[in-house]
Structures are given as structure tokens and as C-alpha cells.
Design a binder for this molecule. Sequence first.
Ligand code: ADP
Ligand code: MG
Length: 280
Amino acid sequence: MALVDPSVPSPRAGAEMESASGRSHLGANAPPLIEMRGIERVYQMGDNVVRALAGVDLTIERGASIAIMGTSGSGKSTMMNILGCLDQPTKGSYFLDGRDVSRLSRAELAAVRGRMIGFVFQSFNLLSRTTAFENVEMPLLYQGLSASVRRKRANEALARVGLQNRGDHTPNQLSGGQQQRVAIARALVCEAPIIMADEPTGNLDTKTSYEVMAILQGLVAQGITVVLVTHEHDIAAYARRVVTLRDGLMVDDRTQTPVIAGGNMAADAAAATAAAGAHP
Ligand code: ADP
Ligand code: MG
């Protein structure tokens, strides 16, 4: 249940941008990037009460690659919405980058979200009559940047997902995988330290899913924290850590050696990233 449209980031001051890496101002004793304690989320539907999250503790370190798994209805999207500051817990505490965000106002939440998190959705959520470049540039329009800075940043973000030559294409001129890569570029363009993706491969075929996972793995290699929701074991295999929800409770938490998304796509994306001089 999104309180607001997360594809439209909030306005934020340019001065805040330098801290957006989430690391620069933090020393060795930095708190975990994400720390949730006793998180509950109850939905009231008339007389019906649904306990979508029933008391979850979760700590995520900077640079993590984590998949949240579980069957339909287990609470994954509810969890992602709270993690992404799109929704707030009924009970419990959530510290994001050391700051308690569990009781912020909507405006404060929007500001935190804009600075800290880029979102990727199952259905891409691109504007259909708008080019790839314009879709990626969109979050920057609220930041008071000059057109030339916006162009540079949007083109860099497109290059990071290997689409430097597709900026003038509209979504219907792109494959599903390419559309999702545009959405990832849009999530990257604000240089937030965290990417959150809810079933990002849910509308893609197997091969294209692996391409998207290659991109996300590339981002982890560059220090971005990637939180992924999926119900597919094949997709969770690309993450270093897999937590499993059942009936709103975390029933499993394991680390693993991730499958490496191979193929030309990963190499292409890495080369494009290097060529664009991308950071962090
Ligand atoms: P998942 O993403 O794992 O499929 P969700 O987090 O969407 O699970 O849902 C968890 C539970 O909460 C389900 O029982 C679902 O029906 C319920 N739920 C989710 N969103 C709402 C809502 N906005 N209002 C009422 N119940 C909801
Ligand atoms: Mg869901």
C-alpha cells in the first residue's frame, strides 16, 4: 500500500546530495544501514484484521545483496513498502542510516526516500509516451539542476545499464528487459545508496531475468545495497543473503555464494559502467 507514488521523488536541496552515498560521512562505527526491530503491520479491513507483518527483526549492512522470499501473501511487499519508507509500521522501530524513520511525517519520509532509495517495480512503471532518456531524467527535474547536469547524469545512468544508445526510444520501442533496465537507470540517477526492487523479473522471461540480475549484481559490486523481493528461487540465487517470510514472520535467514550472472550482458554492462566513469 503505497502512500505516494515512489517514482516521483520528493524535492530536495542540492546540498543534501553529497551525503547520498550513505557512506561518506560515516566512520568505522557507523550504524547498520537498515535496522528493524519488532516490526508489525496490521491492516484493518472493516471487521477484518490482517497481520501482514507479525514482528520482524532485520538488520542489513551497507553493500548487502539480499533477497526477501516467501509465498504469495507472506508479507514481502508489505516489508518492502516499510523498508522503502512508502509505508510505516503499526508497531516496532526502523532505523535507516542511523535515523529512526518509523514515526516520521509523510513529508519527512518522502525526503528520506528521495535521498536514500531508488525503486524498481515488476511493471517497470515507465511513462509510455516519454523517451528512455526523459524517463531517467525525470527524478532530477525536482532538484533544480541545470539541463546540462541533468543530461550528463541521465546519460551516465543509461550507460550503467548498457542502454547508452537507446535514450531516444520510447518504452514500446524497447524489449521488456530493456524497459526494466531503463527503470533501473531511473532508480540510479539520484545516486541513492539503496536500490529496492519488488519482483523486478516478474514480467520477464528467464533469459531476460538473468540479464536484469546481472545489472543488479553489477551495482552490488559498485557498493550499492540491493534489496530484492522475489518468490523465485532461481532469482534469489543471485543474492548473497536470502531471508524468507511466512505469515508475516521471518522463518529463515541464510547467506550463500551467489550464482554469478554471466554472459555478454554482464560484461557489456561492466564495460559501459567503466566507460561512463560511474560511481560510487
Ligand atoms: P506478498 O507480497 O508476500 O504477496 P503482501 O505483503 O502483499 O504479501 O500481503 C501480506 C498480507 O497482507 C496478505 O494477507 C494481504 O492480503 C494483506 N494485505 C496486503 N496489503 C493490504 C492492504 N492494503 N489492505 C489489507 N490487507 C492487505
Ligand atoms: Mg507482493
